[in-house]
Design a protein around this ligand. Sequence first.
Ligand SMILES: Nc1ncnc2c1ncn2[C@@H]1O[C@H](COP(=O)(O)OP(=O)(O)OP(=O)(O)O)[C@@H](O)[C@H]1O
Ligand SMILES: CC(=O)N[C@H]1[C@@H]2OC[C@@H](O2)[C@@H](O)[C@@H]1O[C@H](C)C(=O)O
Length: 354
Amino acid sequence: MTGTSLDGIDVALVDFSSKPPRLIAAQGTPLSDDLRSQLLNLQSPQPNELHLAQLAANAHSDACADAIHALLAQACFAASDIEAIGNHGQTIRHRPECGYTLQIGNHARLAEKTGISVVGDFRSRDVAAGGQGAPLVPAFHQALFASPQQKRALVNIGGIANISLLIPHQPACGFDTGPGNVLMDLWIHQHQGLRYDKDGAWAASGQVLPDLLEQFLQDPYFALKAPKSTGRDLFHRDWLKMNLSQRSDAPCDVQATLCALSARSIADTLRADEISTLYVCGGGAHNPTLMRMLALELPQTQIATTAALGVAPDWMETYAFAWLAKCCLDRQPANLPGVTGARGLRILGAIWPA
Ligand SMILES: Nc1ncnc2c1ncn2[C@@H]1O[C@H](COP(=O)(O)OP(=O)(O)OP(=O)(O)O)[C@@H](O)[C@H]1O
Ligand SMILES: CC(=O)N[C@H]1[C@@H]2OC[C@@H](O2)[C@@H](O)[C@@H]1O[C@H](C)C(=O)O
């Protein structure tokens, strides 16, 4: 799994012979600066992008192969022990309203380099069926973490944040709430040249600006009803420029307000449901300022990380894509039409045999 933050490749080794499937080992490997900038550049139109996208897809697959080999070595497994790799690829465009979403990665090359079958291209079938193609993890959250008594929510705060609402006796519901860390990452990079605001320290040094927060919340995305999904296509550098060009706020106050935007846009989606516990995963779970703001927004809700469910916050997404790959191999539909808006259940993904 490589997500919208473009911070690294996460690999999980999952055993499906046990019920529920068991996460045996997991590892994160940082992306090289070169590959990261190739992938970041492809997030917006540029000359010769078809050729550049293919080169980046090859480099992405080579880096995935290295990360997989490293995890197998660490966990003392051989390639021949592995039934398949689920490979999300890197999202470089997400335009379901135009009938496509694009995750690049050369699956054939990954199968060739590892000798392991690859399952990839998880989102396009759902989009072809009229869905958003995202988020896909609510089905996994429902299968593994729904409780018969408790109203639970799981939120993944990655570059973009996506939530799953697991209410007993109701179909699972889920959507992207909006920016998770992506805007905070862009803003601190612009001002301090850093990749991210470690422990939310810079945000904690500023004041949330209520008028700016209200302005941010005017973006029509936040008022849209589900099904909805988003990405860097909407929440990018120009979004910040458009919202901030007429203002002269202290950069640390803007960072605090972007952090509050992530917390508020997540919390706003939960107020009506009397959720007993909100479980947080993704990199945002490591940001105490963001976690504190979430707790302030939701005083009636217990907030924990998914470690309380037995899964460290960094491995939830990659675990989910192993599960999605297994569903594909078993010819089991894995989308939730009530989440993505697809016309019906669909088998997600395509297989590149070893
Ligand atoms: N210690 C920390 N303090 C603050 N923020 C952190 C910390 N660790 C990680 N993060 C944030 O988490 C981000 C990475 O999160 P994650 O790996 O979940 O994103 P992703 O999977 O790439 O995104 P998505 O889920 O949208 O595809 C980093 O870019 C950073 O903003
Ligand atoms: C198009 C795309 O890659 N979307 C990602 C992204 O990262 C978070 C959010 O935006 C979510 O919609 C999705 O990933 C998760 C894993 C999902 O599909 O459930």
